[in-house]
Design a protein. Structure first.
Length: 311
């Protein structure tokens, strides 16, 4: 009798165990861990600011402004030059690349427009993925920095494949795997998400490291502030004027008159704090960075792949 009871109990537990390991159920728990679908969809605008580093001699402040449905404005300043990327949320985008000698923003090519349209998806490719033509599947379990994770495989409607690795206990994103264009060649890229903080009831990673592998980290993003629903004028998403060729590092973002939920990086000892670095007294010689640096800089901020991959 006891064995029969145990058998029946295990029989009824089997469907629950299987269901707990489907791609959709893992995605549901990951969205809940971020703060829930209602809170995610309630955010209408977002401003993220911080610093990006490619090494000791190549770093500077950045900010990204996003507004529903797909509007995006990004700026990154390094060595006195500012890179700008803007998308109007419909069909037009502009970008410059001062690190390659192109200071004036120019219309984006068709391939880049396709990419930035996906990047500027406010909710990311996983939320409402079926309606976006994407597919997901569970690709087993793995480990990231000693923690067990679920590997979720995403195939976009364009056929691009990415992997999202969610902590098996917290269901927060710990790692992203995909590819980036580098000199017309697809190369593997990994991003690691750390230092989560609550901002307006949503969880955001304030530290994102990216590279070809865990041993080859070439880009570090340290987020100083995330603002939810700041006042952002639609004029921010039209063709930008050419930024000054040489100017001191700009503030991370324009002032907002309306209060908004925000989180700033906790204070650290002065020696370790990246939040208020002194302006360089003598910037490196002007001119384009070495080729690999300016190519990485041009492709550094892709909210879908890094800043908005958390969803």
């Amino acid at each position: 009798m006891k064995s029969k009871v145990i058998y029946v109990t295990l029989f009824w537990l089997l469907p629950l165990t299987a269901a707990a390991q489907t791609a959709d159920s893992i995605l549901d728990r990951a969205i809940a861990a971020r703060g829930g679908l209602d809170k995610i969809r309630a955010v209408q605008a977002e401003r993220i600011s911080g610093r990006i580093s490619f090494g000791a001699d190549a770093e500077g402040p950045f900010f990204v402004e996003l507004k529903r449905p797909r509007k995006m404005h990004m700026e990154f300043t390094m060595q006195g030059s500012t890179m700008v990327r803007v998308y109007d949320g419909k069909s037009a985008g502009w970008a410059n690349n001062p690190f390659a000698g192109k200071n004036n923003p120019e219309p984006m090519a068709e391939e880049e427009l396709k990419n930035i349209s996906e990047e500027s998806d406010f909710d990311g490719p996983l939320v409402n993925y079926k309606a976006k033509g994407n597919q997901i599947e569970l690709a087993g379990k793995d480990k990231v920095e000693g923690r067990e994770v679920y590997r979720l495989k995403l195939t976009t409607k364009n056929g691009d494949v990415r992997f999202y690795l969610f902590d098996s206990e917290t269901f927060l994103l710990l790692k992203w795997e995909g590819k980036r264009k580098f000199k017309d060649e697809d190369r593997p890229v990994e991003s690691y998400f750390r230092d989560y903080h609550d901002v307006g009831g949503l969880q955001f990673a304030f530290e994102i490291d990216s590279g070809t592998s865990a041993e080859e980290i070439s880009q570090k993003i340290l987020i100083d502030k995330i603002e939810l629903d700041p006042e952002i004028s639609d004029s921010r998403f039209v063709k930008p004027s050419a930024p000054p060729v040489a100017s001191p590092p700009a503030s991370a973002a324009p002032n907002s008159s309306a209060p908004a939920p925000q989180e700033t990086r906790p204070a650290e000892p002065p020696a370790a704090s990246p939040a208020e670095p002194p302006p360089p007294s003598s910037p490196p010689a002007s001119g384009p960075l070495p080729d690999s640096r300016h190519v990485r800089a041009y492709h550094l901020l892709q909210p879908d792949d890094e800043l908005h991959t958390m969803i």
